[in-house]
Write a protein that binds this ligand. Structure first.
Ligand code: TXA
Ligand code: MG
Length: 316
């Protein structure tokens, strides 16, 4: 198992040696390595068992530092970064050649973000390189929102997990790219589309892609527990699957069944997002055969929650 601790100097030393460290962010834990070191980046793909066509997000302490790794920052991108960094927003920007091909899977753009977590920001400020970090889970499985989630799945493959407690947002960053300065959302995430539109006006949303995905986090089946997830109206599903051992994931309603998780008793989408991945992990471990779940209201982070639930329920 990996050591879990708060020692920034230890994390720094390991990263400088080209090793990987799990780091906390406000969204989910990341599996971090030196983004400028192709060997370290190769380790990330290996440890995660992630296909090399799926590019990594690069983490920086601030917008000024991002300027070292990307070509011109479009005005609209700078405006969004000014407003929402540090925070759950990843910008797709044209990379400089100092970013290895491996990081971007050969794409001309790099996903770049400034995470909002004090430990990780301090770490990033003390390093002379940015950190490539995908979510710290095996490819395709549920993202980790606590240090123990990382240890459960990757603890025998890495030596150190920087302990930043429970992730406050709980769902991955929103990914935004630009065409002719116009923003397009490629992945729903911890920053709502409504919040982006208040700054940028109406934006395009382009989520579904298949064989050559622009954001492979958009692969149909992703964020999935090992048990089958079925989505629908919970009262209907519970009668339909009454003979099967099921667990229930509800948004707000307490269905009073023995195996269940209520995401937000008060009906708050932010609270629901914060609990979503831990809830899926908890239900996955219950002595049941199937997980029945309902969608959230399609407002604010509810849209990102629904995106993850649909992918968790997708076959193959
Ligand atoms: O909140 C987050 O974004 C977390 C934390 C650790 O920062 N990271 C995360 O990384 O979710 P990952 O690797 O699990 O998901 C990154 C997504 C992938 O779907 C990838 O395809 C997409 O970002 N992506 C990265 N670079 C891209 C690029 N240049 N163009 C299009 N999509 C990109
Ligand atoms: Mg991921």
């Amino acid at each position: 198992m990996a050591e879990i601790g708060k020692d920034i100097q230890k994390a720094k030393a390991l990263l400088e040696q080209g090793e990987l460290v799990a780091i906390p962010t406000e969204t989910v834990y990341g599996l971090a390595g030196n983004a400028l070191n192709a060997d370290a980046v190769t380790k990330i793909f290996k440890v995660k068992e992630r296909p090399q066509f799926d590019p990594l997000i690069v983490h920086v302490p601030d917008l000024a530092t991002a300027g070292k790794y990307v070509e011109k920052i479009p005005a609209e991108a700078a405006r969004l970064a000014d407003k929402f960094w540090p925070g759950p927003l990843t910008l797709l920007l044209n990379r400089k050649s100092i970013i290895p091909d491996l990081v971007t899977s050969g794409l001309e753009t790099v996903g770049i973000r400034c995470p909002d977590h004090s430990l990780t920001r301090t770490l990033l400020q003390t390093l002379s390189f940015p950190l490539a970090a995908p979510s710290a889970n095996p490819f395709g499985y549920i993202s980790p929102t606590r240090p123990e989630h990382v240890n459960d799945q990757l603890g025998d493959k890495i030596s150190y997990i920087l302990d930043g407690g429970v992730c406050t947002v709980g769902i991955e960053s929103t990914i935004v790219g630009f065409e002719n300065e116009k923003p397009t959302v490629y992945r729903m995430g911890g920053l709502s589309v409504e919040a982006i539109e208040r700054v940028a006006g109406k934006v395009n949303v382009q989520l579904h892609s298949s064989s050559n995905p622009k954001a492979p986090g958009q692969l149909k089946s992703h964020y999935a527990p090992t048990k089958k997830v079925v989505l629908g109206s919970l009262p209907d599903l519970m009668s339909q699957f009454g003979k099967t051992k099921f667990a229930v994931l509800s948004y707000q309603t307490d269905y009073k069944v023995s195996h269940q998780f209520v995401l937000t008793p008060s009906g708050n989408p932010e609270e629901a997002a914060k609990h979503l991945f831990a809830a899926l992990r908890t239900l996955d471990k219950m002595p049941v055969d199937i997980i029945l779940a309902e969608l959230s209201p399609e407002i604010g982070l509810g849209r990102a929650i629904n995106d993850r639930l649909k992918r968790a329920a997708a076959e193959g």
